[in-house]
Every structure is written in structure tokens, then in C-alpha cells.
Design a binder for this molecule. Structure first.
Ligand SMILES: [Zn+2]
Length: 192
């Protein structure tokens, strides 16, 4: 079965057991939001105990507090009533394995998928690539705990974010499934 068929088939099964979820309200019932990485090993519904309708989950590469992530968080509280936020990065994140300079070089060479070796990502594909990557801030990570502190701090200091919303910082351990708090981040994100 192709991935396309797998997804459509899985959805058929989901619809068959959908139950009364069509009656869920639009605002998250548990009034919180999670900003986390898109990494395929992370399942926020499982690691944080969510059911449909419970919470907002905003995901991007790294779980970074990009302008667009903040756009979603502002909508999350202003229109949909969330009152507590979690920023959750994780161990072994792909964003630790390259820099803006590396990404720009890789994409300038080739648009094919690069490979990850002991010395980082390298190109195996053919060109042409594009220099457009130099206009993107890839928001890479050099220190995991520090990136959580930075992102919580950026959200905390954003003029569209009210001080009443506490922001907690965590790192998800991909080896154990455990959420490990980053106390410095949670402190930076404390409500006032
Ligand atoms: Zn990641």
C-alpha cells in the first residue's frame, strides 16, 4: 500500500470510531497550548496526555518561537482562551546538526535530500540548487537548554503576549519519553 492509501485507509477507521467528537467546542477545553518540534518521534497527544479538543499544539522544526509560532500563540489566547503555554524542545533534535551556513551551502548545491554523517549533513544529490536559502533564518539550535530559555524569553517579552500567561520550558528526552523541565526557562516565563 502507498503512503497515500495508508493515510486514507487509516482515516476511514478513524471516522468509524469518531463517536461524539463532532460536538467538541472550538476553544481548547483544557485552556493550554504546547509549542514543540515537528520531530516524528514526538507525539504531544501521548507525551502530554491530550485528547481531541483539549489543547493547541503548534509545531515547527525545533519547536522554535518563530514569528509564525508567536502568531499562533497570540490567536490561541486572544481568540480561543488558552491561559498556560509550554515550550518543549527535545534531545537529539535535527536542528542541532546544522547551522544557517551549512543549510545555505547544502541548498545552494542541490535540492535533493542530504545525508547525515558523523561530521553533519552532506550532499549526495545533484544540482542545481538555489541561493534563496540565504534569506531564511533556519533557527538552528546549538545548546538545547539555552534554546528553550531563549524561546520562552522571546515569547515572554513579546508585546502581544500578556504577563498573566505562564510559559513553562521543557526538553523531551527521546530516549525515555520523559519531559525534563528547564528551570531557568520556566523562571523566565513566569507570570506576573
Ligand atoms: Zn527536533
Amino acid at each position: 500500500m502507498s503512503v497515500y492509501e495508508e493515510v486514507v485507509t487509516a482515516n476511514d477507521a478513524y471516522v468509524a470510531s469518531f463517536g461524539s467528537k463532532g460536538e467538541l467546542a472550538l476553544p481548547p477545553a483544557r485552556h493550554f497550548a504546547i509549542l514543540t518540534c515537528m520531530d516524528a518521534r514526538l507525539d504531544p497527544a501521548k507525551y502530554a496526555g491530550l485528547r481531541e479538543g483539549d489543547a493547541h499544539v503548534i509545531r515547527n522544526a525545533g519547536g522554535r518561537a518563530s514569528d509564525d509560532a508567536i502568531r499562533s500563540l497570540v490567536i490561541s489566547y486572544k481568540l480561543l482562551g488558552t491561559a498556560e503555554w509550554f515550550v518543549i524542545h527535545h534531545s537529539n533534535c535535527g536542528m542541532e546538526f546544522f547551522t544557517d551556513e551549512v543549510m545555505r551551502g547544502l541548498l545552494a548545491n542541490s535540492l535533493e535530500t542530504a545525508e547525515l554523517g558523523a561530521d553533519g549533513f552532506f550532499d549526495v544529490g545533484k544540482g542545481p540548487g538555489s541561493t534563496e536559502a540565504k534569506y531564511v533564518d533556519w533557527l538552528t539550535i546549538s545548546d538545547n537548554a539555552q534554546s528553550v530559555v531563549e524561546d520562552v524569553t522571546r515569547i515572554r517579552n513579546h508585546p502581544l503576549v500578556p504577563l498573566r500567561i505562564p510559559i513553562y520550558g521543557f526538553i523531551y528526552d527521546v530516549a525515555t519519553g520523559r519531559l525534563i523541565e528547564v528551570p531557568e526557562a520556566t523562571k523566565a516565563g513566569s507570570a506576573a
